[in-house]
Design a protein around this ligand. Structure first.
Ligand code: ATP
Ligand code: MG
Length: 388
């Protein structure tokens, strides 16, 4: 059984479209794991039938839009059938001395109320395990019974899903993906929000860390595992000429602002080329010099499409926890430090100075050149290949 949350709040037409996209995504996830299955959608629920229900429930529970999944035993939609199956479940998990609760639901089935169903199932369980006791507020064990028009369902476990909206319901965005911790989380959050994703990375060449490229590809590959069966593209842009230009300037403290503006400038061109509606970055207020409010105000106008910053109000700890949970956290990332960043970067770069420096290095021409250097990688189910 697949449960979804927020999709419920949508109008009927939108709901139908979202559910159909989510169902396709679940199907792709199950196919990617080689799980044969049959998907049925009913009002408010999606049911998947197959021979390996635990693997199906676990794989489906990673799909964006899914709130939780449960492995159900299907029985007849009457008190006798549900009680007998519930007793079998309880015998496996409910030990003497433990407390339990029966949660009952009924829809499209007549002849008894859900309270009567809960009471009948509860006493059947107590008949079999008399040393157990009922506790409806904080039970050690919960058993769920549902009488539905398509059958009786019994389950006692919920596998949490990521929630969000189905992947592909919100149009395409382009995330600036680095070898670091933050940007993969930013990308994941926007994918979870339903955005089709494409990644762009700015490659530092001799100015970047030796392990940067490897780690970016790893972040990219790992993120693709969240959208099984879908291709996830990564565009890699060569930044070396730009870095050579800014390191030749006498004043090192504006480099980070110049760099971030350049990234947004180049990524905006690439986003427009493929009709991506927005950029996504892992900026987090106050984390580094380029992420002060003053510098962000100078950096943001370099973009010609909207920039989404889903991490802006999170604490570092929250971002790290999320990175661990989604599988992109790397405790030993190797050599990834930027060699261009100055020791004392300005936290409030004057806009006029920045524009003058950009004029001096010919930032616009450098950006056009950079766009011409794009190499493409495509990830699917965690495997990356170079495609151009
Ligand atoms: P991250 O861990 O995502 O690298 P950070 O805290 O190290 O973030 P910065 O490196 O200043 O902060 O980068 C801010 C944002 O700029 C990143 O989250 C990312 O979206 C983008 N960015 C930084 N470096 C690159 C890069 N080499 N290629 C593409 N985008 C980048
Ligand atoms: Mg970084």
């Amino acid at each position: 059984m697949i449960r979804y949350g927020e999709i419920f709040l949508k109008s009927e037409t939108v709901k139908r479209r979202y559910i159909s996209i989510m169902t396709k995504n679940i199907g792709l996830a199950l196919e990617s794991e080689g799980l044969t299955h049959r998907i049925e959608t009913y009002r408010g629920r999606i049911m998947i039938y197959g021979d390996e229900p635990h693997r199906i429930a676990t794989a489906a529970a990673k799909t964006f839009g899914v709130v939780s999944t449960s492995v159900c035993t299907v029985t007849t939609a009457d008190i006798e059938g549900l009680a007998a199956t519930a007793v079998e479940h309880a015998e496996r998990h409910l030990e003497p001395g433990m407390s339990f609760a029966v949660r009952a639901r009924r829809s499209g089935v007549e002849g008894f109320s859900s309270q009567e169903l809960a009471a009948a199932v509860g006493s059947a369980v107590l008949d079999r395990i008399p040393e157990a006791r009922v506790d409806l507020t904080a039970p050690d064990y919960e058993i769920f019974v549902e009488a539905r028009e398509y059958g009786g369902l019994v389950y006692d476990e919920k596998i949490p899903g990521p929630g969000g909206l189905p992947y592909g319901t919100q149009g395409e965005v382009m995330a600036l993906l680095s070898e670091g911790i933050d940007s993969p989380v930013a990308s994941w959050l926007m994918m979870r929000r339903g955005c089709l994703m494409v990644h762009v990375n700015m490659h530092g060449g001799r100015f970047g860390g030796a392990d940067a490229k490897k780690n970016v590809l790893q972040n990219h590959a790992r993120l693709s595992l969240w959208i099984p069966g879908h291709a996830l593209d990564l565009l890699v842009v060569e930044m070396e000429p730009f870095f050579a230009a800014i390191t030749a300037l006498k004043e090192p403290r504006y480099r980070c602002v110049l760099c971030k503006r350049f990234m947004l400038r180049v990524a905006s061109i690439l986003a427009k080329e493929r009709d991506a509606a927005a950029l996504v970055s892992g900026d987090n207020l106050g984390q580094v010099a380029s992420q002060t409010l003053a510098n962000m105000a100078v950096i943001a106008p370099a973009a010609t499409v909207p920039v989404l910053r889903p991490l802006i109000g999170l604490d570092k700890e929250e971002v790290v926890d999320r990175a661990r949970a989604i599988g992109t956290f790397e405790a030993q990332p190797g050599k990834i430090g930027c060699t261009v960043a100055p020791r004392y970067p300005s936290t409030a770069a004057p806009a006029e100075t920045i524009l003058k420096l950009e004029e001096e290095i010919g930032a616009e021409g450098l950006a056009e050149r950079a766009v011409g250097t794009v190499r493409r990688y495509r990830a699917k189910n965690g495997v990356v290949e170079k495609v151009g």
